[in-house]
Ligand binder design. Structure first.
Ligand SMILES: Cc1cc2nc3c(=O)[nH]c(=O)nc-3n(C[C@H](O)[C@H](O)[C@H](O)COP(=O)(O)OP(=O)(O)OC[C@H]3O[C@@H](n4cnc5c(N)ncnc54)[C@H](O)[C@@H]3O)c2cc1C
Length: 355
């Protein structure tokens, strides 16, 4: 009998795994359904260029149905509960979908309200609307201090905050206003860049271009009146314009279904990508609790493993494809870029081997 594969989330993770599964499986073998609450697919790496270049936001947002294989059924609705006992996903509309295999690809949600003052005071570039607001503010800004940081860890695309600091430096130099603008970067870690082995390269760029930084700065609150950011470590930094990536959590449906950890991330086996304790439920992309970069690249490599293993199981072929922690990452600093291939490994000090 044809198996029902239900995928919750139509970001890179859900879209890639759905398209791979429909290629590998015949209609008689399985039906593939993607549930997405917006029906729109945002190419998030393009947000940097919406903010600092002339990228038209329309160019980075597509209708999900246009990028899914025609054989995939798309449901535009919000999943409100995942019931793993009854093998069923409940929807906001009241509809329900039962499954033989479930793939959780619900990504991360932004929670600016978790840092007092952040919502009122800070800009960011993690959604199209916010990227456009920041673009406008930066175009009007010609002197003063820009502070850049993150409101908490983990967050998507770990290089993005340092990347925008370097890219902004480059843009201000082109605009010939760099000498009137101070850029100050706040890192929650003991170094600038999250990946230890790449940090010396980014450090060199910061030193050369005069980008100031403070390490071990874990943001606690923002005072919009005094224009100050406070850290858990007891430091205070003033700003004229603040760019602060909001804290991230897993999707609400994960919390509401009792499937997440304290941050709403899904406990996931690092090799099989099965949700811990389940044989028929998988998690991929930003939704997992895996200690790797929350990135489209990781989602892509994970989707391949899950599609191979589910398709093989349905066909009765033995397959033990394993995820090896691979992530590919590009950090664009304006007039220079760093390309990283990262293999997360428990054998090295910061957990990653960079080629
Ligand atoms: C500024 C920026 C730059 C980036 N640059 C890079 C880069 O250069 N390289 C890279 O690899 N990555 C980059 N990333 C990260 C990358 O975009 C994300 O890691 C990637 O989108 C994760 O894919 P995902 O499918 O797991 O989650 P998402 O893209 O977040 O997709 C999740 C989907 O699930 C849907 N959903 C959530 N909850 C529900 C629900 N209850 N019911 C129905 N649908 C639901 C959402 O609507 C969404 O469509 C960047 C991110 C940002 C913000």
């Amino acid at each position: 009998m044809s198996k029902k594969i239900v995928i919750v989330g139509g970001g890179p993770a859900g879209t890639i795994v759905a398209n791979l599964l429909t290629k590998k499986l015949k209609k008689e073998e399985a039906s593939v359904t993607v549930i997405d609450k917006t029906g729109r697919h945002v190419y998030e790496p393009g947000l940097l260029y919406v903010t600092l270049s002339d990228q038209d936001p329309k160019g980075i947002v597509k209708d999900e149905k246009d990028i899914l294989n025609k054989k995939v059924r798309l449901i535009v609705d919000e999943a409100t509960k995942i019931d793993t006992k009854r093998k069923m996903v409940e929807m906001k509309s009241g509809n329900r979908f039962d499954y033989d295999y479930l793939i959780i690809a619900t990504g991360a949600r932004l929670c600016p309200e978790e840092v007092p003052g952040l919502k009122e005071a800070a800009y960011h570039f993690y959604t199209v609307d916010e990227a456009l607001k920041l673009k406008d503010a930066l175009e009007k800004f010609d002197k003063g201090k820009i502070v850049i940081g993150v409101g908490g860890v983990p967050y998507k695309c770990p290089p993005a905050p340092a990347e925008i600091a370097c890219f902004l430096d480059y843009k201000l130099r082109k605009r010939k206003t760099r000498d009137k603008v101070e850029i100050h970067y706040l890192s929650p870690l003991p170094r600038i860049f999250p990946i230890e082995s790449v940090d010396p390269i980014v450090n060199k760029i910061f030193e050369k271009e005069g980008i100031k930084y403070t390490t071990f700065f874990n943001v606690e609150s923002v005072d919009p009146k005094r224009k100050e950011v406070h850290s858990l470590e007891g430091e205070t930094i003033g700003y004229d314009l603040l760019i602060l990536i909001p804290p991230h959590r897993g999707s609400k449906v994960i919390e509401d279904s009792g499937l997440g950890d304290r941050g709403g991330w899904v406990p996931t086996d690092r090799y099989t990508l099965k949700v811990k304790g389940y044989d028929d439920v998988y998690a991929i992309g930003d939704a997992t609790d895996l200690p790797i970069s929350k990135s489209g690249a990781a989602a892509h490599y994970e989707a391949k493993v899950v599609a191979n293993n589910i398709a093989s199981e349905i066909k009765g072929i033995e397959s033990r494809d394993k995820y090896n922690g691979k992530v590919v990452c590009l950090c664009d600093a304006g007039n220079k870029a760093i390309y990283m291939i990262i293999l997360q490994s428990p054998l090295v000090p910061d957990g990653s081997i960079v080629c």
